[in-house]
Design a protein around this ligand. Structure first.
Ligand SMILES: NC(=O)c1ccc[n+]([C@@H]2O[C@H](COP(=O)([O-])OP(=O)(O)OC[C@H]3O[C@@H](n4cnc5c(N)ncnc54)[C@H](OP(=O)(O)O)[C@@H]3O)[C@@H](O)[C@H]2O)c1
Length: 364
């Protein structure tokens, strides 16, 4: 029981994480549904492969092989995670996924008691998304003051790889928030009085100037960051925003209509298929750095503001996922379900090249 299994082994993240682990002496098994695509992904790299065409076959394979860690890179995670987590807990494997949507992150964290009973570690949000801002919030909230309000902003600088967007990402984008309290499947969320409440998608726009001098706008997105920031700060009022959400007034007017259309099942499946086939041309990262940003308001009205400087967002995701796996293999896990920083601390971001910076606004 030593190998790491990577579900979605033919994908961008799956291949990159396997390469990083192998470079550090941790062999991984690429798992996928198509033998030829798996062979192409493993070609010349020395990875082993395992073909499992259906989700049931993946679960059966985990139960039989009992890998040390299973990494799930197949979105939408609300659909793929439950059966994989069941198999991991039965097999005695730790579990890591790349989810960054509120529904999937919340659902995984809800399995904490199952994980404790099985004595295994479950980690969700092991990527730029979640870790960039969770790190800043945890770094600012050192336990000496009570946080009453938190706003997080994720500002990825993402290089685009040539090729189709793909099923996993497209499925995640149109999945919405099935089963998440506090609003509809396709509406936004914020935390109010400690509970999830509706929020306008792309709303509460803020203009930020990064420490590099780049000016970017961020708008509310119901991301895994929301629940990670709430847990890291204990604040009753939390908002999470992203520079990736369109914040122009016209788009913000259209977003609620698009969201209502996605609520119709056949239209959602059509949108997922169309989106999956959208093909990108290669494009370099637009800025020198990606950033996580957070502002914490304390009980006495003072605020603290922090930034986390990171590299290109996709490479950061690959590095974070590989680092989390490495630490689980080395025995740094503990029973329960966690976001990465809640389990491994703020040093996780520094281990992947992150640099914190404090720019406190002071007292009102
Ligand atoms: N937290 C973060 O910051 C972060 C960052 C990046 C990505 N992500 C998430 O990570 C996931 C993977 O991203 P990626 O860029 O690696 O995507 P990708 O290149 O499209 O790879 C997706 C992988 O999933 C497999 N797959 C897709 N649909 C499947 C299905 N129905 N059954 C079995 N396998 C299926 C694909 O296998 P085939 O070759 O057989 O199609 C492929 O191996 C996405 O869901 C994305 O949302 C999160």
């Amino acid at each position: 029981m030593s190998a790491v299994w990577i579900l979605g082994g033919t994908g961008r993240v799956g291949r990159a994480v396997a390469d990083r682990l192998l470079a550090d002496g941790t062999p991984a098994v690429l798992v996928g549904r198509d033998a030829a695509r798996l062979d192409a992904a493993a070609a010349g790299r020395g990875h082993r492969t395992h073909v499992a065409a259906a989700p049931e076959a993946v679960a059966a394979g985990i139960r039989e092989a009992r890998p040390a860690v299973v990494v799930n890179t197949v979105g939408p995670f609300t659909r793929t995670a439950p059966a994989v987590v069941d198999a991991c807990l039965a097999a005695g494997s730790d579990y890591v996924d790349l989810a960054n949507d509120l529904a999937a992150v919340t659902a995984l964290l809800d399995r904490g008691e199952d994980a404790v009973r099985a004595g295994r570690t479950l980690v969700t949000g092991a990527g730029f998304g979640v870790v960039a801002t969770e790190s800043v919030v945890a770094w600012l909230c050192d336990g000496t003051q009570q946080a009453v309000r938190v706003r997080t902003d994720m500002l990825p600088s993402l290089a685009v790889q040539a090729g189709p967007l793909g099923e996993a990402l497209a499925g995640t984008l149109v999945e919405g928030l099935p089963g998440v309290p506090g609003g509809g499947r396709f509406s936004g969320r914020r935390v109010v009085d400690g509970c999830l409440a509706p929020a306008p998608l792309g709303g509460a726009v803020r203009s930020l100037v990064t420490p590099d001098g780049d000016r970017l706008s961020t708008g509310l997105m119901p991301l895994g960051e929301l629940v990670a920031a709430q847990r890291a700060s204990g604040a009753p009022s939390v908002e999470s925003a992203s520079s990736e959400v369109p914040t122009g007034r016209a788009v913000r007017t259209v977003l609620p209509l698009a969201a209502r259309l996605l609520a119709i099942g056949p239209l959602r499946r059509l949108a997922a298929r169309r989106l999956a086939a959208v093909t990108f041309v290669e494009r370099p990262a637009p800025r020198a750095h990606s950033w996580g940003h957070a502002v914490v308001t304390w009980a006495d009205g003072a605020t603290s503001e922090g930034w986390l400087r990171l590299g290109e967002a996709q490479a950061t995701t690959d590095a974070v996922a590989a680092e989390v796996v490495r630490r689980l293999v080395e025995g740094e896990g503990r029973p329960g379900a966690f976001t990465p920083v809640a389990l491994l601390g703020t040093g996780l971001a520094e281990a992947v090249g992150g640099v914190y910076r404090r720019t406190d606004a002071g007292r009102p």
